[in-house]
Structures are given as structure tokens and as C-alpha cells.
Design a protein. Structure first.
Length: 442
């Protein structure tokens, strides 16, 4: 069987990341082309200038195609923004025959889909959390089971029609067929979270440039999805104001902060040297106090001369940390408030997993632990092979997740009604649906 090609484009507020991967049976997807292009025409995950967005998306795609040595015809794309909301709903059907088949599952999911939402919104995902057969719950794959009543508990993610259609229009304008539109948070969860974390209960925060996506999982099922309109760009803006530098220079400082903080400082005099010099009356208590004060001051200084920022060679570590903590704490407070207002009561013993481009800000896990009161870790994407060196950072969790999503969903578009585009093909659905459900379940 020839390899299948998947193209995934993460359309973010600060960058457009494209990955082209080759899918072969019984192997992890292998990356053969990758490119990142500065994002234009988007603000906080939403298209604000169609022409600029089309140019940026086309630029990222063309660079990835050159590396892969092929031309893509269809893509999986991400969607994000504060307009994303979620709810949970159940669907119930009578089993057509004694044994449950794929058609019964589809009817149950369609039943769950019939939820009352405003006409200005569209459902982008109907994700099965569990199936219930004749009152027996916690079933992940009911195909082949005997029963008369099939119930499905689903998590439904919806988006406002206008941002969704504008996003799709930009992609279709460069001649691509859309395989699926995937919520960025749901996508990154596939490349970052472990099965154990999902089972115990975990919150995933993908902090991008303009937005922070939220997903919670409990008992191996997704329970909440949303987004807040704040991200790494807000941290950059605060640093620019606080440190009195340009936005470009503030971004340099933020990106390189972790490495700069690890830079070795001037070595203090060893205890044995102090003792020897004290005996020789060359090192007094006054000298020791003075040195201690100098060391304390040196530890608070971050040398940024290597970044070639005009008029700035050093910054205060303490001031940098205070600026970052203030903004990140505000973002985390917004997340807590939004989740609480939704009525979500998920327990999170596995803590918070932070991913996205801003996950590498120094001290972010300590701030998260302080605000949420639970453990926190930085989530690194995994699951792909091939040319992954360029996309091994948390900034590429969404695009890696899109490839994994596409590789697990071959030939099936039933849970998400993609707006018809040229060249659509629904063939082979029932022959692949059983394996699809195994891969889809959180």
C-alpha cells in the first residue's frame, strides 16, 4: 500500500506552521516537509485581513512543499479564538439489529448533535466520551456488542460561523481542499498529554501568541474546551513597556530569557582562599561583606549584550520576573474564572500541562503551581518521526497534533461536517470506522 501524505497547517496569531508527513502502515507519521512563516492578517486567532492571511498561509505551505518535494492537495487546519465554546450532550437510539454496528453509532452521534445552538454558530467537533449499552456505561467501542439501546455521551465544540468561514475561505483560495478543521486545544492534546494524565484528570493550556486554549480531561474523557484572548504577545507588550525597549527587542529578551539566566556569573572567592587571605591579613570582614553585596547584585543582573539591543546591556532579573508573573497570573486567573463560570467541576490530580510557544518562559510552571494550587509541567509534543528537529518545541504542539489527528481519521468525516469543497470523498467510511473510534477516544 503506497504511503499516504498528510498536510497540516497551524494557523496561529504569530506564526503559520506547516508540516507535511508521510503515513505508512504500522509506523509513526514521518515528517518530510516543515516550514514556519510569520503570521499576518490574524489577531487573537481570528482573520482580520483575508489577503494578508492568504499570503502568509501560502508562503508557509510553499516552503514546506519545496522541502517535501511534492504539492499538497488537501489539508488539516487549526482554529482558535475566544469564540470557541463547548458543551456536553447525550444521544440515544434504538439498536437496529441485535448486534451494534457502525450505522448505530453514527445515528447516536447524530442524535447528540441535535443540540440547540444559535444560528450564528456551527459545530466543529462531536467527540464521544463514552458509550452506554442497555444502561452499562464506560464503554469505549461498542461495535459488535449485543444490546437494544445505545446511548453516547459527547463533548461538542462549536465556533462562530463568520471566523470559521473566513478561515476556510483563506485556505480554499490557494486551491486546497480542507480535510478537517480542528480546534487547536483538541489538536495539541493529542501530541502532548499522556493516557495516565487524561485518566486521572488534567488541564491542558496551550499558550500561543494571541490566545490561550483550555481543555480539561477526566476519567479518560474530554470535559471542557474554550479559549481566552490573551497570550505570549501580551507578555511581550508588558516587557516592552516595563523594560523601555521596542516590541521586537522585548520578544528577543523573552525568547532568550531562559538561556540568558543560565549564563555563568562571576565566580566568588572560595572559602579556602578567604581563610588564607584572612590569615595573611589580606581579606577583612569588610571585604567579605562587600563581596557578598556585589554577588547579590550580580545575581539580579541578566546580561543581554549578546542580543544587540541599542542602549541596553543588562536588565534586572527580579524586575523581569515580576513583569512576567503579573501577566501570566492574570491569564491563569482568567482561565480559572472561565472554567468555574462554565460549571465544570473536573478534579485535576494530574495537574496542569502547559504547552505552546510561551511555555518556555522561565518560571512558568512555578507561577502556574502558585495560582492553580496543583502541579504543573511543560508539555513537549511527541508522536512523529522523520524531520522533527525543527518542530520539537512546545510551539509546534498544535501542528504535530494535527498530523496525528489526520493519521487516525483516514476516510472519516462523520463527526465534523466540513463545508463541501472540490474533490471531497467519503468512501470507505464503514470499513474504517471501528479503528477510528479507538483512536478518537480521549
Amino acid at each position: 500500500m503506497p504511503n499516504r501524505i498528510i498536510t497540516a497547517i497551524d494557523i496561529g496569531s504569530t506564526k503559520i506552521a506547516t508540516v507535511i508527513a508521510s503515513i505508512s502502515e504500522a509506523e509513526s507519521p514521518s515528517v518530510i516537509g516543515v516550514a514556519t512563516f510569520p503570521s499576518k492578517g490574524l489577531k487573537k486567532g481570528v482573520i482580520v485581513n483575508i489577503d494578508e492571511a492568504i499570503t502568509a498561509i501560502a508562503g508557509s505551505l510553499e516552503a514546506a512543499e519545496r522541502m517535501a518535494g511534492l504539492t499538497s492537495s488537501s489539508v488539516y487546519i487549526s482554529i482558535n479564538g475566544k469564540h470557541i465554546t463547548s458543551t456536553n450532550n447525550k444521544g440515544v437510539v434504538a439498536v437496529a439489529e441485535e448486534e451494534i454496528k457502525a450505522e448505530d453509532i453514527l445515528r447516536a452521534i447524530e442524535s447528540a448533535r441535535t443540540i440547540s445552538i444559535p444560528p450564528s454558530r456551527e459545530i466543529i467537533h462531536v467527540i464521544p466520551k463514552e458509550f452506554i449499552v442497555d444502561a452499562q456505561g464506560d464503554i469505549k467501542d461498542p461495535i459488535g456488542m449485543t444490546g437494544t439501546r445505545l446511548e453516547v455521551d459527547t463533548h461538542i465544540i462549536s465556533a462562530t460561523s463568520s471566523p470559521l468561514h473566513n478561515l476556510m475561505k483563506c485556505v480554499q483560495a490557494i486551491g486546497l481542499r480542507i480535510d478537517d478543521v480542528v480546534f487547536a486545544g483538541w489538536s495539541s492534546s493529542g501530541s502532548v498529554l499522556t493516557a495516565t494524565e487524561k485518566e486521572l484528570g488534567v488541564m491542558l493550556l496551550d499558550i500561543g501568541g494571541g490566545t490561550t486554549t483550555i481543555n480539561t480531561f477526566e476519567e479518560d474523557a474530554i470535559t471542557y474546551s474554550s479559549s481566552v484572548p490573551l497570550g505570549g504577545a501580551n507578555v511581550t507588550s508588558d516587557l516592552a513597556i516595563g523594560l523601555k525597549v521596542s516590541l521586537e527587542d522585548a520578544e528577543k529578551i523573552k525568547i532568550n530569557a531562559e538561556e540568558l539566566m543560565k549564563a555563568p556569573t562571576k565566580q566568588s572567592i572560595s572559602e579556602m582562599t578567604k581563610k588564607r587571605e584572612r590569615l595573611l591579613a589580606q581579606y577583612s570582614e569588610e571585604d567579605e561583606a562587600k563581596e557578598e553585596q556585589q554577588n547579590k547584585k550580580a545575581k539580579d543582573i541578566i546580561d543581554i549584550s549578546g542580543l544587540e539591543i541599542n542602549g541596553k546591556n543588562t536588565i534586572s532579573r527580579k524586575y523581569f520576573e515580576e513583569i512576567v508573573e503579573a501577566r501570566l497570573s492574570e491569564i491563569f486567573d482568567m482561565v480559572i474564572r472561565q472554567v468555574e463560570e462554565s460549571g465544570n467541576t473536573a478534579k485535576l490530580p494530574a495537574g496542569v500541562v502547559i504547552t505552546g510557544g510561551s511555555a518556555l518562559i522561565p518560571g512558568i510552571t512555578k507561577i502556574a503551581t502558585k495560582v492553580f494550587g496543583i502541579p504543573a509541567r511543560v508539555g513537549m509534543p511527541k508522536g512523529l518521526g522523520g524531520l522533527v528537529d525543527e518542530i520539537s518545541s512546545p510551539a509546534y504542539s498544535v501542528v504535530q497534533g494535527l498530523v496525528l489527528y489526520g493519521s487516525a481519521n483516514e476516510g472519516y468525516k462523520g463527526l465534523r461536517r466540513v463545508t463541501p469543497t472540490k474533490g471531497g470523498n467519503e468512501g470507505g467510511i464503514f470499513s474504517k470506522i471501528k479503528g477510528f473510534f479507538k483512536n478518537l477516544m480521549p
